[in-house]
Design a protein around this ligand. Structure first.
Ligand SMILES: Cc1cc2nc3c(=O)[nH]c(=O)nc-3n(C[C@H](O)[C@H](O)[C@H](O)COP(=O)(O)OP(=O)(O)OC[C@H]3O[C@@H](n4cnc5c(N)ncnc54)[C@H](O)[C@@H]3O)c2cc1C
Length: 337
């Protein structure tokens, strides 16, 4: 098996987050000689965290200039580490930070990059990468002869490496020289959303999807948007589920109508939305049309609540369809929670 470089950026505390540990597990499973490359303000805690992973070398670009996600500095650091390491397969987590920087690094090195891989396995002394195309309708397995071959592994596809951490300072880190390039971007700080405003939770066990039906006239001839909002937010707070929406619903919210003010296009699931990974999903007041359901590819158990026994979910797209009024079901569910 050829050489593997696991490339990881550290978090604010100098350690590695779960996506990096998942990529590390995939790198180890390939079975080739492993080098770990680290980028960040602090890297020793990360190296110690994975000291027992079997890596032959730890290479690092460290310094305050490399603390923040920024194309110029991230690409320079990754390039320097790749050049110090040699040539082979470079594996990294498909974080927004690496997704932005590493394709440019592949170009600088005369290599190739593949993004959104969902698996990588050893094959004929090299590797084969699996990824989905056409919005998760087709899966391809591909190999490449060009090196370095940079592969970005989507988070949530592989169990994270969970070996024992080493003592502080136990991993010998080799510093790689990298002059921070001149930048025009200054990061002035972070502004986090309030706890309850943040409705997208990639690690949640449940994906709760709201469709446009929540904003439609109900049996009494009236719209009940305020109650819909209360029921949905109440459910999210109690269950800590992640919130998804159909395109129809997020479009309504974006048009400034007085409906579900917490919904944005970031919540949209489907062909032109996202394809999150959750063990379970519950769809409410959503018709279950193909452009929406294609975003449910990686939701393992699917349930839906719809008044219409002939909705799209009934046509083999859900494991369980409750033909029921979602307002009523959610009132009961919230009471139970
Ligand atoms: C190129 C293209 C890309 C697209 N991409 C996406 C995409 O990424 N994501 C996406 O979602 N859509 C996408 N769409 C749109 C998609 O085809 C549908 O129009 C959309 O998903 C419909 O949203 P909906 O099911 O919420 O609304 P509707 O079709 O209006 O369905 C509302 C449902 O709510 C039910 N309902 C009403 N009241 C209740 C109640 N009290 N209890 C239970 N059920 C109730 C109704 O029976 C109905 O089935 C795309 C379309 C195209 C052409």
């Amino acid at each position: 098996m050829e050489s593997i470089l696991l490339l990881a950026h550290t978090e604010a505390d100098g350690t590695l987050a779960r996506p990096a540990l998942e990529a590390l597990a995939a790198a180890i499973a390939l079975g080739g000689p492993l080098t770990v490359g680290l980028v960040g303000a602090e890297v020793q805690p990360a190296a110690d965290q994975v000291a027992s992973c079997g890596a032959a070398r730890f290479l690092a670009v460290r310094g305050d200039a490399f603390a923040q996600p920024r194309y110029a500095t991230d690409a320079a650091a990754a390039e320097a580490i790749c050049r110090a390491w040699g040539c082979g397969i470079v594996l990294a987590a498909g974080t927004s930070r690496w997704a932005r920087a590493l394709p440019g690094v592949a170009q600088r090195l005369g290599g190739r990059v593949d993004t959104h891989a969902n698996a990588i396995v050893a094959q004929n002394g090299g590797a084969a990468v699996a990824r989905w195309f056409y919005r998760q309708r087709m899966e391809a397995v591909l190999t490449r002869t060009q090196r370095p071959w940079i592969v970005l592994l989507d988070p949530g596809c592989v169990a994270a490496w969970s070996g024992a951490a080493g003592a502080a300072g136990s991993a010998a880190v080799e510093a790689v020289a990298c002059e921070p390039p001149a930048t025009r971007t200054t990061v002035t700080g972070f502004r986090a959303t309030e706890g309850d405003e943040q409705t997208i939770r990639p690690d949640a066990k449940l994906l709760f999807v709201a469709g446009a039906g929540w904003t439609k006239k109900q049996a009494d001839g009236a719209v009940h948007a305020a109650e819909a909002e209360r029921l949905i937010l109440g459910m999210l707070r109690k269950s800590q589920a992640s919130l998804g929406g159909s395109k129809s619903l997020v479009d309504l919210s974006g048009e400034g109508e007085a409906v579900l003010r917490f919904m944005t296009h970031m919540n949209q699931i489907g062909q032109t939305g996202s394809t999150p990974r959750h063990p379970k999903g519950l769809s409410t007041c959503c018709h279950g049309e193909e452009p929406h359901v294609v975003g449910w590819r990686f939701v393992n158990q699917r349930r839906a609540i719809n008044l219409d026994a002939n909705c799209g979910w009934a046509r083999g797209k859900a494991d369980v369809l409750y033909v029921a009024d979602a307002f009523e079901v959610m009132r009961h569910l919230n009471a139970l929670l």
